[in-house]
Design a protein around this ligand. Structure first.
Ligand code: AP5
Ligand code: MG
Ligand code: ZN
Length: 215
């Protein structure tokens, strides 16, 4: 069982590294951000409710995201493990997660915090591009596609996320510091906690993560 939680500020590389774990270890990535963006795109009730919080760089209410994760973790593909990318983000979410994994007979075996300086986060987020078709992630400067605006993997169109505008980025960083950073102490006290330096080469960062997961 590999139950993994990625902690880290916006732009730390949670999504980028989670996709590499999916490839290497064959366990699913559970990104609450991706799931909420999907709901916004489909125009569901959930999506309508979530959009204002997301556009403001604030968190969607706990009970909403807890419900989503509870349902997702119960799916059969989570049997051998899962990577939670962007959940939990508050202490009540972390407490709910403990309860859900206990109910489902699963465990959180690794909590990995990705550490990057603020100035780099802003640069990463403002240059991020995502594939509309397959979700692959790029950066105009740090990880550019071979052809501008086109996904290397599937040929899909690359777009910029609505919340990657400067004002919203600042709010997201503030929200992280106020509401999510306290989870570092929460998990540090409970063991299975690993903090890694997450700037520099994407593959080198992944090697650090792999070393932890192979313990
Ligand atoms: P979410 O989608 O989770 O966004 P986030 O936490 O702000 O994180 P990001 O996805 O922006 O960053 P990332 O760490 O995945 O970095 P990435 O790999 O893309 O949440 C969005 C919103 O949804 C929230 O604001 C909130 O409203 C709501 N929400 C979601 N979950 C919630 C929850 N649990 N509770 C309540 N609300 C919730 O990398 C970023 C860029 O950097 C990319 O361009 C990438 O190519 C580049 N990059 C990656 N690694 C490197 C490297 N080593 N060097 C240089 N560039 C790099
Ligand atoms: Mg992400
Ligand atoms: Zn693609």
């Amino acid at each position: 069982m590999k139950g993994i939680v990625f902690l880290g500020p916006p732009g730390a590389g949670k999504g980028t590294q989670a996709k590499k774990i999916v490839e290497k270890f064959g366990i699913p990535q559970i990104s609450t951000g991706d799931m909420l963006r999907e709901a916004v795109k489909e125009g569901t009730e959930l999506g309508k409710k979530a959009k204002e919080f997301m556009d403001a760089g604030a968190l969607v209410p706990d009970e909403v995201v807890i419900g989503i994760v509870r349902e997702r973790l119960a799916k059969p593909d989570c049997e051998k493990g899962f990577i939670l990318d962007g959940f939990p983000r508050t202490i009540p979410q972390a407490e709910a997660l403990d309860e859900v994994v206990r109910e489902l007979g699963k465990a959180i075996n690794y909590v990995i915090a990705l550490e990057v300086d603020d100035s780099e986060l802003i640069e990463r987020l403002s240059g991020r591009r995502t594939c509309r078709s397959c979700g692959a992630m790029y950066h105009v400067k740090f990880n550019p596609p071979a052809k501008e605006g086109v996904c290397d993997k599937c040929g899909g169109e690359l777009f910029q996320r609505d919340d990657d505008r400067e004002e919203t980025i600042k709010n997201r960083l503030k929200t992280y510091k106020e509401q999510t950073a306290p989870l570092i102490d929460y998990y540090r006290e409970r063991g299975n906690f690993y903090a890694i330096e997450a700037s520099g080469d994407i593959d080198e960062i992944f090697s650090r993560i792999e070393a932890i997961l192979n313990q």
